[in-house]
Design a protein around this ligand. Sequence first.
Ligand code: ADP
Ligand code: MG
Ligand code: MG
Length: 883
Amino acid sequence: TKWVHAFGGGSSEGDADMRDLLGGKGANLAEMAKLGLPVPPGFTITTEVCVAYYANNKTWPSDLEAQIEAALGALEATTDKKFGDPANPLLVSVRSGARASMPGMMDTVLNLGLNDETAAGLAELAGDKRFAYDSYRRFIQMYSDVVLGLDHSIFEEILETFKEERDYMLDTELSADDWVEIVGEYKRAAAEALGRDFPSDPREQLQGAIRAVFDSWMTARAIKYRQLHDIPESWGTAVNVQAMVFGNMGETSATGVAFTRNPSTGENSYYGEFLINAQGEDVVAGIRTPQCLTQSMREEMGDTQPSMQEALPDSYDELARVFDILERHYRDMQDIEFTVERGRLWMLQTRNGKRTAKAALKIAVDLASEGLITEEEAVMRVDPSQLDQLLHPMIAEDARRDVLATGLPASPGAAAGVVVFDSDDAEARAAKGDPVILVRIETSPEDIHGMHAAEGIVTARGGMTSHAAVVARGMGRPCVSGAGSIRIDYATKQFTAGGRTVKEGDFVTIDGATGEVLSGEVKMIQPEVTGDFARLMEWADKVRRMKVRTNAETPADVKTARDFGAEGIGLCRTEHMFFDADRIAAVREMILSDAKEGRVAALAKILPMQRSDFEAIFEIMEDRPCTIRLLDPPLHEFLPHTEEDVHAVAEATGLSAAALMERAGALAESNPMLGHRGCRLGISFPEIYEMQARAIFEAQVNVEKKTGIKPVAEVMIPLVAMPKELAILKAAVAKVAAEVEAESGKAPEYLIGTMIELPRAALRADEIAEEAEFFSFGTNDLTQTTFGLSRDDAGKFMPDYIEQGIFEKDPFVTLDQSGVGDLVRIAAERGRGTRNGLKLGICGEHGGDPASIHFCDSVGLDYVSCSPYRVPVARLAAAQAAL
Ligand code: ADP
Ligand code: MG
Ligand code: MG
């Protein structure tokens, strides 16, 4: 097997299409080299080696080392340097690179190949001793940390003490000889901690680094990152070994990261940061404050340091030329890493840049307008789940902004919550239901879980490309980074800003669009679909096959869903209307009466209220179909819970509190989820469904009389298992419709159908479709009943199931396509076998989940229905499913 693929130096064995084998970084390095761009040469060890490594008890294939040796020989030839040769040393970086980018999650070692001899040789050759020993000390520190597992603080302490003793403030004040001394101390400290000498043989160093990259695939933080981003463990990582280029060779050398468009707003202008006389990691590490890439960016930010455009104009022009080549070639915004070595530009990485939802929309729409991609490609470019970011509240324009501090607008959206200073605390408090804002001096990969748990993130240090900023944007969390005026004291759990103190547990609000941290909980406004968002949605609507409806019952929610483009209601849960303060008393009266007459009397009080609810819904939805589910939950859910409740009902009904309690006890069930609920209530107490049917039909007639528009109702009978249940209830509902028609002279337009939420119903869908005029898959209950798994109790063990890989994902979030999905597929086929063109939809939570929406498209459902705020997400996902 070919385990090693070379790139650069005039030819490349790989290209961008070989991402699975070479990882994203390796594939794109090869591609850039093929395009003739300046890429330091090197070679990529494939992901297959990583897979083999883990399959064979962490040993790599026996013929790997010979292949590496050969590739190294070729690299020596192209660079005209020799690995380990003091006279002319070849130094390399050893870099991880998986198929999907996992920024900062895995390890990289720079300047590998240095030892006392090669460092002296490098100093000689470069004519710059300071540079050589700066590289050497970086290498010892990085290698010790990444490969040898030593704590990097031992090196930091040495450097700090050294500087203190000499009254140095900055690293730049250290002379060449100072670095030589530091290197000596570093090596001594490493040897002491290791119990053996720091490895000086370059080949041993190389093997160690390659192993460390493979090992970094399974670190806790990499595993967590993969879980959050759905990256399979089986992919493995590639390893890139690449000739070093040096950004730390003085004032005409530099290193930086850049985006070809603004990743936060999507604006079509270059965007990035760089540092003069520095190496790769310095920019992201936040040790020095990076400088802006362009002059306009610098002016906008009011930065006093010169931009790259001003400080290194020739290299900047060259970089801009490369940007254009890359964008045209990849037809997408690129995120790149570069280094300038003594005035010469080198490209070290390119990838499609991560971006906020806002930027994703703008870039997709712009690229289509620029003719680089088609409208359909633009539709495919935006991740539907990411739209969620834009569908969150933002701070109201007229809200009072009591600004505590201002940092960088690192990730948009607004969030309010209580301040916590530690990621574990963030997770703990969020688990209790508190919204939290995580406030850190800076974040590191160890903070991933806290950032995920938080509503928003604030850091005191770090730029727009800092860890916090990049990760927050990826997760869709609002983030303010580099709020320099915030002084955080982890020990006392408080921060001060502008003379004010904020303690753990105090409320703050952050605005990721402006970079402001505000005191207290500030008023927010609801999002809208306008501009680029609306444009892309139009394109999506053109191509999708499935309709998108909403699950909603209050007029406010129905209105919101309409504004977001809902084409009907897929699920109106009538019982939600039973809880309102003005009717719960009548509902309880109905439940607690033990004779039919009592129930009928109580239901008569509820009828006008339900009718007016339905009228409001029909008026908003006009002639769009509205699926209304008749009463589903077990009756005891409406029973009085507190003593106060009991007395109130006693007063209203004239029954004694004791009698009430007794009736409540009689209604209690040991397993209500499988008890007297859904159509079973309708079978026992037909008067309830008759009242609801009457409310629906009368509402239709009234709205038609008032507006001239004919509402369309789909009356849905829940929890049907047997065709006969449906037959009985359908007849009862149809009878009410006929009565309403006779009374009003108007025929309500309606269908009667059922929810498919029991395995039996799915399997016997052919018989059920004899009666049902539509099916709606209630995949929440169908998941519960298929797995025999109570959603309300699953939280206790679901984490174990995810962790141990039994469930790849929570089946209540993403449809279990192979099991529950099979039932959906079977029911769809059998149902349509009986009734050609039977209308099919889904109204479970899954109707708003992009992966599940793809599945729904594949089995031919007519529509999906989801919560109002997810309607745009579903519109886009449905379009992508159709393409
Ligand atoms: P990450 O995935 O964490 O970004 P990388 O492998 O891309 O890790 O490298 C980390 C840093 O080191 C980057 O800034 C990169 O540009 C720099 N770097 C990597 N290889 C080289 C090299 N051969 N010469 C100079 N700098 C390098
Ligand atoms: Mg990188
Ligand atoms: Mg249900």
